[in-house]
Ligand binder design. Structure first.
Ligand SMILES: Cc1cc2nc3c(=O)[nH]c(=O)nc-3n(C[C@H](O)[C@H](O)[C@H](O)COP(=O)(O)O)c2cc1C
Length: 212
């Protein structure tokens, strides 16, 4: 792929909620996107991630019900206009997507002496997020959509999928073929929040608080 191709994929990547078709995923494409996730950089080469592929409808329905409950909790914390705007926003495609990929973080992976983590225990978690971004971009390049669901309580998802207590479920990714990818992010289209310009987040020499 050319560098232009890479930037094109980065620009086309969207968080997908409403556009999943539920059609099957080419198993080789699925292998490639999981492989892309697994080649992400990780602190001390710890590769502290695992991927749980969930197709079972009963499991997905149970998770969906839990997520709807958490959506209500958030909805109830909003007032007036924000609450009204939020009602128009879809926050997941758990049942409509082809597969759920749950990405977990194992803080014990690679033992206690992880090179580069002693000053920052969160570096393992950052590594998992990089694996997710690799998966997201690879899926976009394959013509698939991905939607990150974070409206869940970790103990619930642990229990649902038999994840050991030491391991953290980080994301439920809804993955599958889509009718199309939106050009404008959903939250912007629905008037929830617009992206900030690059110039507002780039600082020179010192952190300029006036910008933040
Ligand atoms: C850590 C993280 C958690 C997110 N959780 C959710 C979620 O629970 N539901 C949802 O609809 N979108 C979720 N998103 C997607 C963001 O809303 C989305 O990335 C953002 O609005 C920008 O849109 P874009 O990804 O289409 O560019 C999440 C994204 C990240 C990075």
């Amino acid at each position: 792929m050319t560098s232009a191709g890479l930037y094109d994929v980065i620009g086309r990547r969207r968080d997908v909620r409403a556009e999943f078709t539920g059609a099957p995923i080419d198993p080789e494409a699925l292998d490639r996107i999981l492989g892309a996730a697994h080649t992400a950089p990780s602190v001390g080469m710890s590769q502290p991630w695992d991927f749980v592929l969930v197709r079972d409808q009963r499991t997905r329905k149970a998770f969906h019900t839990h997520v709807l409950g958490e959506r209500r909790v958030f909805q109830d914390s909003l007032d007036g206009e924000r609450a009204q705007t939020f009602t128009t926003i879809k926050i997941e495609g758990i049942l409509e997507s082809t597969v759920g990929i749950v990405v977990t973080y194992d803080p014990t992976r690679a033992g206690p002496a992880v090179l580069g983590r002693h000053t920052n225990p969160e570096a393992g978690l950052y590594s998992v997020c990089l694996a997710i971004e690799n998966l997201w971009l690879a899926a976009t390049a394959e013509g698939l959509g991905v939607g990150w669901v974070s409206f869940f309580r970790e103990p619930f998802l642990r229990e649902l999928l038999g994840i050991p207590a030491t391991i953290r479920p980080i994301a439920w990714l809804c993955v599958g073929p889509v009718t199309s990818l939106q050009v404008t992010p959903d939250l912007e289209r629905h008037g929830w929040r617009s992206p900030a310009p690059l110039s507002s987040v780039v600082h020179y020499e010192q952190y300029d608080s006036a910008r933040a």
